[in-house]
Design a protein around this ligand. Sequence first.
Ligand SMILES: Nc1ncnc2c1ncn2[C@@H]1O[C@H](COP(=O)(O)OP(=O)(O)OP(=O)(O)O)[C@@H](O)[C@H]1O
Ligand SMILES: [Mg+2]
Length: 251
Amino acid sequence: MYIMISWFLYVRKVSTMKFEKYIEFIDATKVYKSGEVEIRALDNVSFSIREGELAVIVGESGAGKTTLLNVLGGMDTLTDGHVFMGPNEVSEFNRRQLEDYRRFDVGFVFQFYNLIPNLTARENVEIASQLTSGSIPAEEVLSAVGLKDRMDNFPSQLSGGEQQRVSIARALAKRPKLLLCDEPTGALDYKTGKSVLQLLQHTCRDQGKTVIIITHNSAITAMADRIIRLKSGRVVEVRENEARPIDEIDW
Ligand SMILES: Nc1ncnc2c1ncn2[C@@H]1O[C@H](COP(=O)(O)OP(=O)(O)OP(=O)(O)O)[C@@H](O)[C@H]1O
Ligand SMILES: [Mg+2]
């Protein structure tokens, strides 16, 4: 009996344990070659992010932010170094493993939404759900992002903010472990941008999902649990932060 109880408690502990270093970059370097010129888009980058954190990666144009996110999302590979997600080394994945990783583990949100124009909001989300079993039904996830009444609209019939909500719903439908957002408010006005950031912050808090947001706007870092600052391919600052609600942040 005693052994059974201890085993139960152990399993419970392991299953609720959060990774301290859920995402870890170790000496990650990415060199692009164009002709004779070498560009070090990432130069010996090392940092880690805890499971369930909201991290903001900030830096000027050309700092290497998109490169970093694409490597983490399995869309690009490193020249040197290591990237881990949970117990897995993403930088060691073969093509097949990368495909599964992109399909099941990573949700992507892009600056320009990348919705399919001749499919409705519902159909755009359904396409993503069909890639995985156990995904959230399109109606449910679209309602959760406030688009219950707009499901049968085409992207061109939706505002920029609404289109970005569809793309967030699409990313969340497959229950990804990670939500990666590259300048998610880059194409939105101030107020709409804020509501999208609020949605991302709620997603992190309510679902315990690890969310990473890229921006060139330093003010947005105030919403983060962790701030990672990049400059010319290098990490110049990693800082834990007392995250503030979006409506308390102005820029
Ligand atoms: N496929 C590529 N081939 C060659 N150079 C590239 C490639 N992708 C990125 N680069 C270069 O790597 C550097 C980092 O680019 P990256 O797109 O990661 O920057 P960024 O921080 O996302 O910038 P932005 O804020 O403008 O989106 C830049 O100098 C860029 O020109
Ligand atoms: Mg970029």
